[in-house]
Design a protein around this ligand. Structure first.
Ligand SMILES: *[C@@H]1O[C@H](CO)[C@@H](O)[C@H](O)[C@H]1NC(C)=O
Ligand SMILES: *[C@@H]1O[C@H](CO)[C@@H](O)[C@H](O)[C@H]1NC(C)=O
Ligand SMILES: *[C@@H]1O[C@H](CO)[C@@H](O)[C@H](O)[C@H]1NC(C)=O
Ligand SMILES: *[C@@H]1O[C@H](CO)[C@@H](O)[C@H](O)[C@H]1NC(C)=O
Length: 410
C-alpha cells in the first residue's frame, strides 16, 4: 500500500506528456561523446591519437568493451562535431566524412562498433553550418536523416548553431519525423531548449526528442559543474515535469577523469547527475583515465540510482550550511521504500564536514528498518547497520565533495 501511495504520488506530482514513441531511452542514455575532451582537434599529424578520426573512435570503442564500460551500461559511442568534410557535401548533396580522418567513411565504423555490442551516435546541426563551421543540415534534413540511417547510426545529436531560433521547434519536429520515416530507431538529442532558454516549447521537446540540452556547454572545471547544477536546481520546478522514460533533460557530459575535477568533485558530479536522472555521457580519454575515476564512472549503485525504471528526476531539497541535499525517489516493490540522497558540499573549509541526516525528513514510513549504502565508500560502517526512521546518520563530507546514500527499507 505504502509503495503504491508513493508511486501514485510520484506520478501525480508530474504532469504527464505524450512522449516520443520510438521505444528508446526508457532510462537516461549512457555513453561516450568526443566533444568536451577532444573538441575539434583535426591535426592528425601532430596529434594522431587525439584527433577526431576513425582511430579515436575505434580505440575508445575497444576500451568501452574491454574495460567494462559497456557492461556497466555505457552503450552509445557518439561522434561530435568536426567529423565531416569541411569542403562540403558530395555530388548528390550527401554529407560525407573527412576523407583523411575517416578514410573508410562512417558505415564501416558503425559496423565496427555494432560488432562490439555498442551503438553509434553522430552529430549534425540544424543550421547552415555546424558550430565548428562544417556543413549544416538546414536544407537537407530529410536527406541527412536517410544518410544517417543508411550508415547504421543509432543516435543523433542535432546542434543549433547558424540559424535563427525562430521556428526551431518546428524544424526539430520535422527532423524527428524524417528520422522516424527511415524506419531505423535513432535516439534524438535536441538542442533548441539550450538555444531558446526557458521560452522554448518544452512540450515539443518531449514530443519529438529523447533528450535535449537545456543549458550551456560544460567545460573542464568544478565551477562549471556547480554552475550547471545550480541552474538546474534553480529551475527544477519547471524542468523536472518534462523528464521521464523516453525523454530527458540533459545537463551535458560527465567530465570525470579529465584535468579539472578532483576525485571528490568527481563524486559530486556523479551524485548530482545520478539524482537528476541525467544522461550519463562521458567525455574522457579511456586510454589514460586513472582507475579511481573509472571506478566512479562505473559505480554500480550510482548507475542504478540514475537508471531507476521509475524515471523520476530527483531534486535539491535543502542547502543549509552550504550542504546541498538532493533526493530521488526510486521504484519500490511490494511494501518496500527506496530512495537516494546526495549530500554535496559547496563548502571550502578544509575538513570533513559532519552532517546529520535525519532519516525521518526523507522517508515516508514511520515503522520498519532501513539499510543504507554509502555508494562511494563500501568500508563505511553504516553499510553494516540497520536504521529506524527516527535515527540520524552522521556523514562526513569533504570540501566540494559528496556522499551518496542509497536507502532501502528492509
Ligand atoms: C515512428 O513513429 C511511430 C508512431 O509514433 C512509432 O510507433 C514507431 O515505432 C516509430 N518508428 C521509429 C523507427 O522510430
Ligand atoms: C507548444 O507546442 C504544443 C504542441 O506540442 C502546442 O500545442 C502549444 O500550443 C505550444 N505552446 C506554445 C506556447 O506555443
Ligand atoms: C555555491 O557557492 C557558489 C559560490 O559561493 C554560489 O555562487 C552558489 O550559488 C552556491 N550554490 C548553492 C547551491 O548553494
Ligand atoms: C538528529 O539531528 C538533528 C539535526 O539534523 C537534531 O536536531 C536531532 O537532535 C538529532 N537527533 C538525534 C537522536 O541525535
Amino acid at each position: 500500500m505504502k509503495a503504491l501511495a508513493i508511486l501514485l504520488f510520484a506520478l501525480l506530482s508530474l504532469r504527464s506528456f505524450q512522449g516520443l514513441d520510438n521505444g528508446l531511452a526508457r532510462t537516461p542514455p549512457m555513453g561516450w561523446l568526443s566533444w568536451e575532451r577532444f573538441r575539434c582537434l583535426t591535426d592528425c599529424q601532430k596529434f594522431p591519437n587525439e584527433c577526431i578520426s576513425e582511430t579515436l573512435f575505434k580505440r575508445t570503442a575497444d576500451k568501452m568493451v574491454s574495460d567494462g564500460y559497456l557492461a556497466a551500461g555505457y552503450e552509445y559511442i557518439i561522434i561530435d562535431d568536426c567529423w565531416s568534410d569541411k569542403s562540403g557535401r558530395d555530388s548528390d548533396n550527401r554529407l560525407k566524412a573527412d576523407p583523411i580522418r575517416f578514410p573508410n567513411g562512417i558505415k564501416p565504423l558503425a559496423d565496427y562498433v555494432h560488432n562490439l555490442g555498442l551503438q553509434l551516435g553522430i552529430y549534425g546541426d540544424y543550421g547552415t553550418l555546424t558550430c565548428g563551421g562544417y556543413p549544416g543540415s538546414l536544407d537537407y534534413l530529410e536527406l541527412d536523416a536517410q544518410t544517417f540511417a543508411e550508415w547504421g547510426v543509432d543516435y543523433l545529436k542535432l546542434d543549433g548553431c547558424y540559424v535563427s531560433t525562430e521556428g526551431m521547434e518546428e524544424g526539430y519536429a520535422l527532423m524527428a519525423q524524417y528520422l522516424n520515416n527511415t524506419g531505423r530507431p535513432i535516439a534524438f538529442s535536441c538542442s533548441f531548449p539550450a538555444y531558446k532558454g526557458l521560452e522554448a516549447n518544452y512540450s515539443m521537446a518531449v514530443e519529438h526528442c529523447n533528450l535535449w540540452r537545456n543549458y550551456g556547454d560544460i567545460d573542464d572545471s568544478w565551477e562549471d559543474v556547480r554552475d550547471i547544477a545550480t541552474w538546474f536546481a534553480d529551475n527544477q520546478d519547471f524542468l523536472r515535469p518534462f523528464a521521464g522514460p523516453g525523454h530527458w533533460n540533459d545537463p551535458d557530459m560527465l567530465i570525470i577523469g579529465n584535468f579539472g575535477l578532483s576525485l571528490e568533485q568527481s563524486k559530486s558530479q556523479m551524485t548530482m547527475w545520478a539524482i537528476m536522472a541525467s544522461p550519463l555521457i562521458m567525455s574522457v580519454d579511456l586510454d589514460t583515465i586513472k582507475p579511481e575515476f573509472k571506478a566512479i564512472l562505473q559505480n554500480e549503485h550510482a548507475i542504478r540510482i540514475n537508471q531507476d525504471p521509475l524515471g523520476v528526476p530527483g531534486k535539491l531539497v535543502s542547502k543549509d550550511s552550504s550542504i546541498m541535499v538532493w533526493s530521488k525517489p526510486l521504484q519500490s516493490s511490494g511494501t518496500s521504500e527506496e530512495l537516494a540522497l546526495g549530500l554535496v558540499s559547496n563548502r571550502t573549509d578544509g575538513y570533513l564536514y559532519p552532517y546529520d541526516v535525519s532519516l525521518a525528513n526523507y522517508i515516508q514510513s514511520t515503522s520498519g528498518d532501513y539499510k543504507v549504502i554509502d555508494v562511494f565508500d563500501s568500508d563505511n560502517e553504516i553499510n553494516e547497520r540497520s536504521f529506524k526512521y527516527s535515527d540520524n546518520i552522521t556523514v562526513r563530507i569533504p570540501p566540494t565533495g559528496a556522499v551518496l546514500l542509497l536507502i532501502s527499507s528492509l
